[in-house]
Design a protein around this ligand. Structure first.
Ligand code: PMP
Length: 401
């Protein structure tokens, strides 16, 4: 795989991108602003806004509860969107998997930890926890460990090893740490601070055929192709709002082959039907736009930004400083670049950038304790972002060096 260069981005995808950008009313309505915080939440295309409006004005009802058209249509919407999620995730055997709707990635991960993991683990088992990843992918597993300890079941937490140079997982060290009692591995597809693709396709080889792998795909769904068939993982969890759907939507995809079936317990009540309608429209939109092209576009913009930052002494890029990890032709920086000004505090930098119209994220990014603590600013991209925005950002950053 070759690095994506900025000229290739400009030449091959420019018109495609312009046509897509034009479909985001909040973006076209604010030409003076540059939204660079899509890892926190993404903006919505017109098709998603229309799907919500259409649902609420032509068929709003509860699902699985009525005998009339709107109720039946809503039931169909929910079931159809389950299949949509499966297909979007490249599931080639949907009869062996299940899709459960949640309010987002956090709730998805907590549901697995609360309703499934305790029934799977036995006294003396080990779980791998990625303690430099997002807290949403750490706390639930530690909570499950505490709950099980209260019931006399001791579970050992093995910290996921990382490579210092790139922020990628250290798959070799993981293979050494993992033993026959390593039964559950929590991992993240794209790191929300370092922006690296964590090469999760290597996890299976490192932990063996029987361990359950749970993938937090909050930063990858909608940004790059996610194929459960290729990744050989058991759970995929994501947030709808980061994948162009409404806040309060998300899903857990579960393979149902290793361990007990994933069947979240308790009475779950009325599903978020509006969120589900938005999710169906968002996944349709993303597929039509071409997720692989979205990946090339946003990775290309990120490469342009990291290349520009390398010329500016005052800044440091967290994680892999380049777009490609030095020791790999596979790991690739996705559309997230987190940078630090050596002298300006992150909140101040965020404030100054907003005075120039740039919306970025500053603070510790909800990263686990093993992450780097010092303040930084995160620039995160989606298909609506442009080469001009990156160049303008670089010139403002240069003026502050
Ligand atoms: N995992 C990762 C990698 C994330 O970036 C985020 C959100 N920043 C979450 C989980 C939590 O997502 P949500 O707040 O939508 O539940």
């Amino acid at each position: 795989m070759t690095a994506v260069t900025a000229p290739a981005v400009r030449d091959g995808l420019h018109q495609w991108q312009q046509a897509l950008r034009a479909q985001f009313p909040i973006i076209t309505g604010h030409p003076e602003l540059a939204y660079l915080d899509s890892a926190a939440t993404a903006q919505k295309p017109r098709a998603v806004l229309d799907a919500v409006q259409t649902y609420l004005t032509t068929g709003n009802a509860n699902s699985a509860r009525g005998t009339y058209t709107w109720a039946n249509r809503t039931t169909e919407l929910v079931e159809r969107t389950r299949e949509r999620v499966s297909r979007f995730l490249g599931d080639d055997r949907p009869e062996c998997s299940a899709v459960h709707f949640t309010s987002g990635a956090t709730e998805g991960l907590r549901t697995i930890a609360r309703d499934w993991l305790p029934g799977f683990l036995r006294d003396g088992d080990e779980i791998v926890v990625p303690d430099a990843d997002h807290r949403a992918n750490i706390e639930p597993w530690l909570e499950a460990q505490r709950l099980l300890a209260g019931a006399g079941v001791r579970v050992r937490v093995v910290p996921m090893p990382y490579q210092r140079s790139s922020g990628d997982y250290d798959h070799r060290a993981l293979a050494e740490r993992a033993g026959p009692r390593t039964r559950f591995v929590a991992a993240t597809h794209v790191h929300h601070v370092y922006g690296g693709d964590m090469n999760v396709h290597r996890l299976r080889g490192a932990v063996g055929p029987d361990a359950v792998i749970c993938l937090d795909a909050a930063q990858s769904v909608g940004h790059l192709p996610v194929s459960v068939a290729e990744l050989d993982v058991d759970f995929v969890v994501f947030s709808g709002h980061k994948a162009l759907a409404l806040p309060g939507s998300g899903a857990v995809w579960a393979r149902q082959e290793r361990g007990p079936a994933f069947a979240p317990g308790g009475w779950s009540g009325t599903p978020n039907t509006v969120g589900i309608a938005s999710l169906e429209a968002a996944l349709d939109w993303l597929e039509a736009a071409g997720v692989e092209r979205i990946e090339r576009w946003t990775a290309g913009l990120a490469a342009r930004l990291t290349d520009g930052l390398r010329r500016l002494e005052a800044y440091e890029v967290l994680g892999c400083p380049l777009s490609l990890a030095a020791d790999s032709t596979v790991q690739r920086r996705q559309g997230i670049v987190t940078l630090r000004h050596r002298a300006v505090e992150s909140g101040d930098l965020g404030f100054v950038l907003f005075s120039h119209g740039f919306m970025v994220r500053s603070d510790n990014h909800c990263q686990g304790d093993a992450g780097e603590k010092t303040g930084s600013v995160r620039v995160s991209l989606h298909v609506y972002n442009t080469v001009e925005e990156i160049d303008r950002l670089l010139s403002v950053l240069a003026s502050l060096s």
